[in-house]
Design a protein around this ligand. Structure first.
Ligand SMILES: *[C@@H]1O[C@H](CO)[C@@H](O)[C@H](O)[C@H]1NC(C)=O
Ligand SMILES: *[C@@H]1O[C@H](CO)[C@@H](O)[C@H](O)[C@H]1NC(C)=O
Ligand SMILES: *[C@@H]1O[C@H](CO)[C@@H](O)[C@H](O)[C@H]1NC(C)=O
Ligand SMILES: *[C@@H]1O[C@H](CO)[C@@H](O)[C@H](O)[C@H]1NC(C)=O
Ligand SMILES: *[C@@H]1O[C@H](CO)[C@@H](O)[C@H](O)[C@H]1NC(C)=O
Ligand SMILES: *[C@@H]1O[C@H](CO)[C@@H](O)[C@H](O)[C@H]1NC(C)=O
Length: 489
């Protein structure tokens, strides 16, 4: 989630992987913290298409479009529940129709499994382009209304009347799973809302505080060395004579140029992104999604940061950046803010940020904020303050700081933020995952339980089980199953 913001998308033509980095076809990347887990691999599950209204909140607008979804009937038993996996800020990955904890539950409970792609992501294109005028129809409220309409029509078309529906989602779709139950309780019986940031906030400096703690849990020195390294880099940026060396050390595509605060913020955030991405997905069992680089863990980064043979902390920081680039076969990095701006304002469906970057950042500017700024003193990085993120809203979509603040307040007013009131929603969170800071931290009521998983990262409980899983993770999966069993009685 989280792009610089929630995300960086790793885009490549052949194998689509989603991590947290934007990669252009020619093997460059840009930092862009991402929420999660989608790609566009083809599998045996055929995509299907559902006719959806463009604007659910204007009866006079009858325009429609086609929304992509997938079905797995293998486990479905008469009278069993219907499981609906909610898509989020990227293409849905059909691999989830074949693997994942929700299918284990489906098998035991006789569930029919469906997965619906989120409007404006992947192949689900409601408008001819991604202009800001078109993006007016991109919001969590429209997405929930899509889910409601899809749920009602599918129940009718497939004769599922009387079967209980359960919504699943992780990260932003985790919030959607909770909100679907909240806003449409007659349509969805229960929800599993994993790693769900239900509280919107413009500034989210706590994200990097968790990154500090997660690095420290590996080795207390590790975040201290990262701090020294990032401060040393900031010092060097003050002297243009060092730029040739920095260009070489970090494999930049062209000579470093720092003309504005936005340039340096973009550069510093991109490098910090290496650590954010690895912490967010630490040890998650994501191989089945076609994701590579899962062997780069907190342990690996901290061992590079602790390796004095590589030189001073600055040199080790550069070694981490090169390790990430090698891992993802990225030849060089283009760190110009202007080129990022160019990518993010390309409004074509074939544009460099159309895989989700332009859309997700729009949602952060008009609904959620979630800006992972370096504003807290209790974290390792420097140089990408809140203003850097807020200015992007103006640069990309002409959304002002006042509009952003108002929109975020409205989101919490509409959904309730941390004070969500509903029943039969379970909210698992992982202690390593930086997003847990915006999740529900304790049981709200016995019917709104949180499941805390010590030692795991983003959405860990959704991934397939394996023998080396932490005991807490196994117990959390079982706990969620028992709740579903109870709620579906
Ligand atoms: C994913 O599902 C396939 C087919 O059921 C199975 O062969 C494979 O082992 C699963 N992978 C994981 C990581 O569970
Ligand atoms: C650049 O790196 C070289 C080799 O490490 C070093 O000798 C030189 O002093 C550096 N230049 C600057 C301006 O820091
Ligand atoms: C990660 O796995 C890749 C491919 O299997 C391998 O080339 C690389 O050396 C591994 N990296 C680390 C740090 O273990
Ligand atoms: C980096 O971005 C600049 C600015 O948009 C662009 O002109 C240049 O072609 C990019 N560099 C590479 C190597 O693609
Ligand atoms: C930006 O928004 C303001 C008001 O919110 C409007 O007056 C102005 O025309 C907009 N500019 C562009 C380029 O759309
Ligand atoms: C996650 O949920 C557990 C269980 O309710 C709670 O004790 C814990 O504080 C939560 N953790 C975080 C970091 O939100």
């Amino acid at each position: 989630m989280a792009f610089h913001g929630s995300g960086s998308l790793l885009r490549n033509v052949a194998l689509l992987v989603l991590l947290s980095v934007f990669v252009n076809g020619d093997g460059q990347f840009r930092g862009f913290r991402r929420f999660q887990l989608y790609s566009s691999q083809r599998t045996v599950f055929d995509e299907q298409w559902f006719t959806q209204r463009l604007d659910h909140f204007n009866g006079a607008d009858s325009r429609v479009w086609k929304q992509r979804y997938f079905v797995n009937e293998a486990f479905s038993k008469p009278g069993g529940p219907v499981f609906l996996m909610i898509g989020g800020e990227g293409p849905v990955n059909p691999a989830w129709m074949q693997n994942g904890t929700w299918l284990t539950y489906a098998q035991k409970l006789g569930a029919l499994c469906l997965m619906l792609e989120h409007r404006f992501y992947g192949e689900s294109h409601p408008t001819p382009d991604l202009s800001t005028d078109s993006l007016r129809f991109l919001s969590s409220r429209q997405a929930l209304a899509d889910l409601a309409h899809f749920r009602s029509e599918t129940a009718e078309a497939r004769g599922l009347a009387g079967r209980k529906w359960v919504a699943f989602g992780g990260s932003y779709p985790g919030s959607l799973a909770a909100w679907f139950r909240l806003k449409y309780p007659h349509l969805v019986h229960a929800s599993v809302a994993t790693s769900a940031p239900v509280h919107a906030t413009v500034n989210f400096p706590e994200y990097l505080e968790v990154v500090w703690r997660s690095l420290a849990s590996e080795n207390a020195e590790c975040p201290v060395t990262v701090t020294k390294a990032s401060s040393a880099l900031v010092e060097r940026l003050k002297d243009p004579k060092t730029y040739d060396n920095i260009t070489a050390d970090f494999n930049l595509c062209s000579k470093l140029q720092i003309q504005t605060e936005m340039d340096s913020a973009y550069f510093l955030e991109t490098l910090a992104g290496n650590f954010m991405d690895v912490v967010q997905y630490n040890e998650d069992n994501r191989g089945f999604e076609g994701v590579t680089g899962t062997n780069i863990t907190i342990k690996v980064l901290c061992s590079v940061m602790g390796d004095t043979s590589l030189g001073d902390p600055y040199a080790r920081y550069a070694a981490v950046a090169r390790l990430m680039m090698d891992t993802f076969s990225i030849k060089c990095v283009n760190i110009s803010y202007n080129s990022y701006l160019g990518d993010m304002t390309d409004t074509s469906w074939n544009g460099p940020a159309a895989g989700g970057g332009r859309q997700w950042v729009y949602q952060t500017c008009t609904e959620f904020g979630f800006y992972q700024s370096s504003d807290s003193p209790n974290q390792p990085f420097t140089g990408f303050p809140l203003v850097y993120h807020v200015k992007q809203c103006a640069d990309f979509y002409n959304v002002s700081a006042e509009q952003l603040a108002e929109a975020v307040a409205q989101t919490n007013e509409y959904y309730g933020g941390y004070d969500i009131r509903s029943t039969r929603i379970v909210l698992p969170n992982g202690s390593i995952d930086p997003w847990h800071a915006l999740g529900v931290t304790r049981d709200i009521t016995p019917d709104l339980p949180a499941v805390f998983i010590k030692g795991t990262a983003h959405c860990a409980n959704m991934y397939p089980a394996r023998s080396q899983d932490l005991l807490q993770l196994t117990l959390a999966r079982d706990h969620v199953f028992l709740l579903l069993q109870k709620w579906l009685k």
